[in-house]
Design a binder for this molecule. Structure first.
Ligand SMILES: Nc1ncnc2c1ncn2[C@@H]1O[C@H](COP(=O)(O)OP(=O)(O)OP(=O)(O)O)[C@@H](O)[C@H]1O
Ligand SMILES: [Mg+2]
Length: 360
């Protein structure tokens, strides 16, 4: 550096990092950039995974998954191999605790470990433990809230290893629900009043799972997962029209199914999806002090089903929007706006992970 002066206004650029979501149906990668306050989506890819490569958030077939990561990264066409990954929320125990403000690092660590000891059902040596100070406790200003996250080491190691075999270097290991929340914060700005004082449900319906998270003023107030997803629709298509799983999956996305498909297969699926959402909301009301939600945001691959927002809104009587974290971001001409619009709901987690690039 010239004269050894530290010129603050030449802040180092965010180190390169891509968000990588290793999920049941696909490997998804997103790269974002930032110019001042403006975000841009630079690149993304959705590389399908064969059935059974992943199961319940676990890597079932290591080689198949690592090969798909290699292919996805090549298609992404970006130089960095630095990645932010996430663990499935179910593999992570999180807990919020409050401790006196102003503890020294070592004291805080000891507090966290002793708290963790009480509720983590494994020996601490088997566990990756992490914590983050959230801020002053709303109730008692002399205390701070700390979020603890713990996961079995092998879960972390499996993901890091498969990413490495796929040519990636893991710099960040996040949790899927936190990544969804980070993406949500972008979407929230699109809502009336930027979502302030609103109770908002983010419903991510993927291939196998439906994740429901309810947020209010930046806090997760409810989290639930249900075994329900787009694979059910694929199976219905297979059965009804006598197709192989792959044929059914392709036909579902590209159309060309017989006329009976919409009324007899698709509509009933959409109805039962809406019913699952409604049930989860009932469960939310029954188990918390809340008795209404103001908005539903639909994410996950099933969020791309045309008209699903309307069916869910009708069933739940709640305003429902398709979750698109990229709305308002600039995009290079290599990304086709219509394709991105279609893919956006499935990219919530990958987008949330890509945002980790901008942390300092
Ligand atoms: N345009 C579309 N129309 C209908 N279904 C679609 C469309 N696009 C994707 N899907 C379905 O969405 C599902 C994949 O969604 P997503 O990518 O969110 O799943 P995932 O994150 O891999 O799964 P999970 O979260 O269960 O691990 C598949 O069942 C796929 O068929
Ligand atoms: Mg998913």
């Amino acid at each position: 550096m010239k004269n050894g002066i530290n010129m603050d206004f030449f802040k180092p650029k965010s180190p390169p990092l891509i968000g990588v979501d290793i999920s049941t149906a696909a490997i998804k990668m997103v790269e974002l950039s930032k110019n001042g306050k403006n975000l841009a989506i630079e690149r993304y890819v959705i590389e399908p995974l064969p059935k059974e490569a992943m199961a319940d958030g676990n890597i079932n077939n290591f080689d198949v998954v690592s090969e798909a990561i290699k292919r996805a990264w090549r298609k992404l066409g970006c130089r960095t191999r630095n990645a932010a990954l996430a663990l499935p929320s179910g593999a992570v125990i999180t807990k919020k605790i409050t401790v006196p403000a102003g503890l020294r690092d070592r004291e805080l660590e000891m507090q966290v470990e002793s708290e963790a000891n009480q509720y983590i059902p494994f020996a601490l040596e088997e566990v990756n433990l992490d914590f983050q100070i959230i801020g002053p406790s709303p109730a008692t200003p002399s205390e701070v809230e700390v979020l603890i996250a713990a996961s079995k080491k092998e879960k972390v190691e499996d993901r890091v290893a498969v990413a490495e075999a796929g040519g990636l270097k893991t710099l960040v290991m996040d949790v899927e629900s936190f990544a969804t929340q980070a993406a949500f914060e972008l979407i929230q700005r699109q809502l009336p009043g930027a979502g302030q004082d609103q109770t908002i449900a983010v419903v991510d319906v993927g291939a196998t799972m439906m994740h429901i998270m309810v947020l209010r003023n930046g806090q997760q107030v409810f989290l639930r997962e249900q075994a329900f997803g787009g694979n059910q629709l694929t199976q219905d298509i297979q059965r009804r029209f006598n197709l192989s799983p792959d044929e059914a999956e392709i036909a579902k996305k590209s159309g060309g199914l017989p006329e009976a498909y919409e009324p007899e297969v698709l509509k009933p699926f959409m109805e039962s999806l809406a019913q699952e959402v409604s049930r989860s909301l009932q469960f939310f009301f029954a188990s918390t002090q809340f008795n209404q939600v103001d908005f539903i945001l639909l994410g996950g691959g099933c969020g791309s089903i045309p008209g699903l927002d309307e069916v869910v809104a009708n069933r739940t009587q709640v305003s429902t929007l398709i979750a698109n974290p990229f709305l308002g971001m600039s995009q290079p001409s290599r990304i086709k706006p219509r394709q991105l619009l279609q893919d956006a709901p499935a990219l919530l987690i990958a987008c949330g992970l890509a945002l980790r690039k901008f942390e300092s």
